[in-house]
Design a protein around this ligand. Structure first.
Ligand code: DC
Length: 226
């Protein structure tokens, strides 16, 4: 049996995870958040004081560290050497470390295998940076979801504000631009739009509009597929 795979790629803060989660729920698919896996690796490097430019230590720890995922009540839990680290990986520090350490091929290959195995066993909505181009090149529906860096910074700023955290929107935008640059220019499996991906700019769209659009595209693709 072939499973239906939806790949959603795009830069940080484009709304991928919120949207992918909603789509997965509506379709009864499994949502796979690949960024969380890179974040778990990033957390491991931070905890062990391994610098992002220390390639030898990063390569060595890839042999020691074990990242797995489990699903409980429809939620993805990321386990780092058996410990559920979901509550620890959403900080800017971990996100930046994930971006910096994900440039290494050893880090990527370790996680790509896990991602590909999941997609072989289930209908998935998988989001990340290289899903349509590298992880699931045969995905039946590929979306490249983006938004302007200003809008992405504004969204992040209001998310933080809701949590009672004051922040500087310009600083956030600077950080986003830097992260985009690193994710798009790394040698191995960089972030780019797959040739057969559909480009969606969410700057002027609500979450529900984007979800609706992707579900429409899914229906069209599904009809072609049977
Ligand atoms: O989507 P996110 O912000 O949780 O991802 C954190 C970092 O992980 C991102 O800046 C780059 C890296 N990443 C990646 O290289 N490939 C993926 N498929 C997902 C994330």
């Amino acid at each position: 049996m072939t499973y239906f795979n939806i790949a959603i790629d795009g830069p940080a803060g484009a709304g991928k995870s919120t949207i992918a989660k909603k789509i997965a729920k509506q379709l009864g698919f499994i949502y796979v958040d690949t960024g969380a896996m890179y974040r778990a690796m990033g957390l491991y490097f931070l905890r062990n004081q391994i610098a992002a430019n220390d390639k030898a230590s990063i390569e060595k720890s890839c042999q020691e560290v074990n990242v797995t995922i489990e699903y409980k009540n429809g939620e993805q839990n990321v386990l780092l050497n058996g410990e559920n680290v979901n509550g620890l990986i959403r900080t800017e520090e971990v996100g930046n470390m994930a971006s910096a350490s994900s440039v290494y091929k050893v880090v990527r290959l370790k996680l790509v295998e896990l991602q590909q195995n999941l997609a072989k066993r289930e209908n998935v909505v998988m989001d990340g940076r290289d899903i349509g181009t590298y992880v699931l090149p045969e995905a039946q529906l590929k979306i490249y979801l983006t938004a302007s860096s200003k809008e992405r910074a504004r969204r992040r700023w209001s998310e933080l504000k809701e949590k009672g955290i004051t922040s500087d929107m310009n600083e956030i935008e600077k950080d986003i631009i830097e992260r985009d640059h690193r994710d798009m220019t790394r040698d191995f499996a960089p972030l780019k739009q797959a040739e057969d991906a559909i480009y969606l700019d969410s700057s002027e769209m609500t979450i529900d509009e984007v979800v609706h659009k992707i579900l429409e595209l899914y229906k069209i693709q599904k009809e072609k597929d049977v």
